[in-house]
Write a protein that binds this ligand. Structure first.
Ligand SMILES: [Zn+2]
Length: 224
């Protein structure tokens, strides 16, 4: 099996081996094993750095190793500019963690592959305001997921509120009107009526993933 892959995450197993979680062009998200990659003599190691775009050769795992084994790895892009910029690392880390936690394995999605590969290229070249860049990429990502903000009605009472939506509900992934909010519904207050704030977007991604996203703290520390 051959595919291009972007490394999202790595985890040490055994003494010298690593699990490599990546998003591939051919198969979607997969977890593969890199054998002996932690030995000092390994030449694969440098090719398997996180955020690298890599050409992979994989073989099916044996009965004891159900996952595919990486038999060849050649980095096509190592994104060294990205990795030397903490803002850019924080953005890449956010999407790597989100994709890892949001998607099942072996669900190929060309739009997601295109999104992720162009994200890394953009982060590797000089980009503008990281905050604006992050927000626009988060919106693009939500679009790929098929999520749209409902800015028209309250997700609890369905009242057409004409702009009186005051908070975001993690429970319903939608808006809360003033009446429901004052009536005790829990939510994140929309500061200045703004939806696309880091707080709301972060909470939205966590509620979609149904897991804590550790990269949000890092983003918060580095970018906001
Ligand atoms: Zn309501």
């Amino acid at each position: 099996m051959k595919t291009r892959a972007i490394i999202l995450k790595k985890q040490n197993i055994n003494e010298y081996d690593q699990l490599v979680i990546c998003y591939t062009e051919e198969f979607g998200k997969i977890t593969a094993i890199a054998k002996s990659v932690l030995k000092p003599s390994s030449i694969q190691a440098m090719h398997l750095d996180i955020f690298n775009l890599v050409d992979f050769e994989l073989v099916a795992g044996s009965a004891s190793w159900r996952m595919p084994i990486i038999t060849g790895a050649q980095a096509e892009a190592v994104c060294s500019n990205l990795k030397s910029n903490l803002n850019h690392v924080a953005v890449a880390y956010f999407f790597a963690e989100t994709i890892d936690k949001l998607f099942f394995e072996y669900q190929k999605d060309k739009r997601l592959w295109d999104f992720l590969s162009s994200l890394l290229v953009e982060l590797d070249s000089d980009s503008d305001d990281p905050k604006e860049f992050l927000k626009s990429k988060q919106m693009e990502f939500l679009n790929i997921l098929g999520y749209t903000f409902n800015l028209n009605d309250c997700s609890f009472c369905s009242a057409l509120t004409g702009g009186k939506l005051v908070a975001y509900s993690i429970e319903t992934k939608g808006a809360i009107c003033q009446d429901c909010f004052l009536g005790g519904r829990q939510g994140i207050v929309l500061k200045g009526g703004v939806w696309q704030s880091p707080e709301v977007i972060g909470a939205l991604f966590e509620s979609l993933a149904e897991k804590k996203l550790y990269s949000l703290n890092f983003l918060d520390f580095v970018i906001r």
